[in-house]
Ligand binder design. Structure first.
Ligand code: CMP
Length: 146
């Protein structure tokens, strides 16, 4: 069975473009409930930990510097098939390939500045939620993530 939670993060490009509200509206309109939310700025070290899975990719350093360059909005989103449905709503990683109606088509300006992140599996969602919201499964009275 697919999980009912995913992790998402509005990236610094969309935050500085004043598009938090517009993106949250698209997320809610698509049927997601925002279950936890936090606006904060990551240190370079925290960004490197968050994106450690990409450590060998050529874009890793620039990606981490960008993510640490300004505030992000981190969220736990709830919906049946949350991971797959959010990835559909976000659209392709490269906005040049994103279809009409997706968040990246509307707000991303390049593959590097692509407005939003979403977990790629239930397992990744669990670890990304723990990274930003360590109390989520321990302190908050909700269903377990996996
Ligand atoms: P995100 O979903 O946050 O996961 C990793 C990010 O790396 C991705 O969005 C892109 O913004 C960025 N990135 C830059 N170049 C690439 C690439 N060639 N392939 C995948 N992701 C890339």
């Amino acid at each position: 069975m697919q999980g009912i939670q995913t992790f998402s993060m509005i990236k610094p490009d969309a935050v500085s473009a004043n598009q938090i509200g517009a993106i949250l509206a698209m997320i809610e309109k698509a049927g997601f409930a925002i279950d936890a939310i936090s606006m904060l700025q990551l240190t370079q070290t925290a960004a490197e930990h968050f994106y450690a899975v990409h450590a060998d990719r050529p874009f890793y350093k620039d990606l981490c510097s960008f993510i640490a360059s300004g505030p992000v909005v981190a969220m736990v989103l709830k919906k049946d098939h949350a991971v797959a449905d959010l990835r559909k709503l976000m659209g392709a990683t490269n906005p040049a390939e994103a279809t009409e109606g997706t968040i990246r088509k509307a707000f991303a300006t390049s593959i590097d500045y692509n407005a939003i992140h979403g977990s790629d599996s239930d397992e990744t969602a669990a670890s990304e939620i723990f990274f930003f919201f360590p109390g989520y499964s321990l302190l908050i009275k909700r269903k377990p993530i996996l």
